[in-house]
Design a binder for this molecule. Structure first.
Ligand code: ADP
Ligand code: MG
Length: 614
């Protein structure tokens, strides 16, 4: 078959295959154009999930007649003024959105530049009409009818209007967060879906009004890079990543690097299958990031991905460390809901001041609490096996140091006259079910899960010891020789030196083996061979030097869990108070290593609500 050039419409349809996947992607491109045009207001109207109509009206700079004719041509753009692909400051730059959309739909653009004339142009299935004079306000309106009518195969891939609308909403949410100075509205089938005027708090509108209450402010700068925004405290999490809003230089992105960085940063405080909610803006030098990776421009490539990943992890960990002892506000609401409160028949309620008859404890269906499995706070599984004698000695709960400290000032703990402001977790009053510590502060009741809390303390101490090189090395009686494949060998070779800081002594052995002579005594009963192989595969998979730390932390977390006070162990008041004081001093003490809360607080006001005193 002879080789020939494809015709323009076909070329545009091929491009559309990449750029315009569904109505939401057309809307993404058009909204980006409006923002690039300096619009301060963008109104989006869609019908049937965008299948029959998409209309986007902006008050941006508009176009003159010549530009209008050119803008629907492939590779025609006004946005790379100095021809430098690595210094792009607009959202668009490829000059392919309008021709692509025009090749698969019926496209009408009406536009007016300031006080100039208004012009209108249509493109149907790639066939361009002649510009016509029109009447319109300044700015641009782009109407897309019957998207994909010219490529019926694509049409078949569209989902229900509801699903398509969800994608559209997501696109506008992201642009609305990135552009707080621009008003956005979205109407679907005559119904208003989004109305973000300037006054509306978008973070509340998008992430929910309890997000901010449960979020930490983040503002971290290193050299030319800056990360700012909000991240949820670990106990406020989701089962998927849909509430993660990420931006690079004002551009919404969905990028693997961010996903990994978030995972690593939260690894200590969140179970692997849970996701924090975040809204984060990364600003860096345009030359440090390449956005020309994919036509949809949702992925980016960093010049030094390891550096950037490290920067993001450091920023998030830094913010997590500043967290004062608290758990998510919704937990106390949850707690309120599970209290099995007997219903008081209205007739039986006497005026507050008068003596009351105790009402009979009947429960009516209408006020029965929600099913327990939904709301009850879960406990970590009680210890499954005996801790190793030696680690037990080092980290047994409460540690000898804690007890010594405590006994020195027992009096202070035992009879506190006035719960002090300095002790946000208050003073232990009792232990119940040999599992929970009941403590009192000036204005709240605190319920602490002793196992979860202690697990965190043990873990943090172990980590600190690691960092400070306090973990003793122990020579293995018989050095362990490990044969590796070449990939594993080169992965481990790179980190042998850094492992010595943790108390490992490792040398290369033969062609591609290693010999482990000393290990941190903490890990002396560990299967060293398995550990080394795990480390190697982590490095191969994640391509990052945090693998060592991550792997060691995982081991420590596991050990911490096994070496912590069990549920079911009786504690003295001093021990309980010592635990509370340690929790207050310890970073991240408000959740166990799996992201479960270590304590909940029930304010006096909540209790008053519960008893209808308020
Ligand atoms: P790109 O955005 O990559 O330049 P597009 O095909 O999306 O490519 O748009 C082509 C050109 O049309 C833009 O460079 C811009 O000059 C012009 N244009 C598109 N939409 C608008 C708009 N809403 N307001 C003003 N000009 C626009
Ligand atoms: Mg564009």
């Amino acid at each position: 078959m002879a080789v020939r050039y494809l015709d323009q419409t076909l070329i545009n349809q091929i491009a559309a295959g990449e750029v315009i996947e569904r109505p939401a992607s057309a809307i993404k491109e058009l909204v980006e154009n409006s923002i690039d045009a300096g619009a301060t207001r963008v109104d989006v109207v869609v019908r049937d999930g965008g299948r029959t109509l998409i209309s986007i009206t902006d008050n941006g700079c508009g176009m003159g007649q010549d530009d209008l004719l050119l803008c629907v041509e492939r590779h025609a753009t006004s946005k790379i003024p100095d021809g430098d692909l690595f210094n792009i400051r607009t959202l668009g730059f490829r000059g392919e959105a309008l021709p692509s959309i025009g090749s698969v739909s019926r496209l009408t653009i009406t536009t007016k530049q300031g006080q100039g004339e208004a012009w209108q142009l249509t493109v149907e299935g790639g066939v361009k009409g002649a510009p016509q004079p029109a009447s319109a306000p300044a700015g641009t309106r782009v109407e897309v009818r019957d998207l994909f009518y010219a490529t019926p195969a694509r049409l078949k891939f569209l989902k229900s209007p509801t699903v398509e609308l969800n994608h559209i909403t997501d696109i506008i949410y992201r642009q609305a967060l990135a552009n707080p100075g621009v008003e956005f509205t979205l109407r679907h089938d005559e119904r208003s879906v989004i109305n973000f005027t300037k006054e509306i708090d978008r973070l509340n509108g998008i992430l929910g009004k309890d997000f901010r209450e449960n979020a930490l402010d983040l503002n971290f700068q290193r050299e030319e890079s800056r990360l700012r925004g909000w991240i949820s405290i670990p106990t406020f999490n989701r089962s998927n990543s849909s509430d993660q809003y990420l931006f690079v230089n004002g551009r919404p992105v969905k990028d693997k690097l961010f996903a990994t960085a978030l995972k690593v940063a939260y690894q200590d405080v969140l179970a692997g299958n849970r996701y924090p909610c975040v809204c984060l803006f990364l600003e860096c030098h345009p030359e440090d990031v390449d956005i020309n990776v994919h036509p949809a421009k949702a992925e980016v490539r960093f010049r030094d991905p390891n550096l950037m990943r490290g920067f993001i992890i450091a920023a998030i960990r830094d913010a997590l460390k500043t967290m004062a002892p608290r758990t998510s506000s919704h937990l106390s609401d949850k707690a309120l809901m599970v209290f099995d409160r007997p219903e008081v028949p209205p007739s039986a309620v006497a005026p507050r001041s008068a003596p009351q008859l105790v009402p009979s404890f009947t429960k009516s269906a209408s006020v029965s609490p929600p099913p327990m499995h939904q709301t009850r706070l879960t406990m970590p599984t009680p210890g499954r096996y005996e801790p190793l004698a030696e680690t037990k000695a080092a980290y047994m709960a409460p540690s000898p140091a804690i007890v010594a400290q405590t006994t020195a000032s027992v009096a202070e703990f035992i009879r506190p006259e006035q719960p002090s402001q300095d002790h946000p977790l208050g003073y232990a009053k009792a232990q119940i079910h040999e599992t929970y510590i009941v403590a009192e502060t000036a204005d709240a009741l605190v319920l602490v899960d002793q196992h979860a809390a202690h697990e965190r303390l043990v873990y943090e101490k172990m980590k600190q010891d690691l960092v400070n090189g306090l973990v003793k090395s122990q020579a293995l009686l018989i050095p362990t020789v490990i044969e590796l494949n070449s990939q594993q060998f080169s992965a481990l070779q790179d980190i042998i030196a850094s492992l010595s800081q943790y108390g490992f002594q490792i040398e290369c052995f033969g062609q591609q083996g290693i010999v482990v002579r000393e290990v941190p005594s903490l890990l002396n009963k560990c299967n060293i061979k398995q550990l080394m192989l795990d480390l190697a595969s982590e490095i191969i998979e994640r391509d990052t030097s945090t693998a060592v730390e991550v792997a060691l932390h995982e081991i420590l977390a596991d050990k911490a869990c096994k070496n912590s006070i069990r549920a079911g162990r009786r504690l003295s008041l001093e021990e309980m108070n010592a635990l509370l004081r340690e929790m207050e001093k310890t970073p991240l003490a408000n959740q166990c290593n799996h992201g479960r809360p270590t304590f909940i607080k029930l304010s006096k006001a909540d209790m008053e609500k519960l008893f209808e005193r308020a």
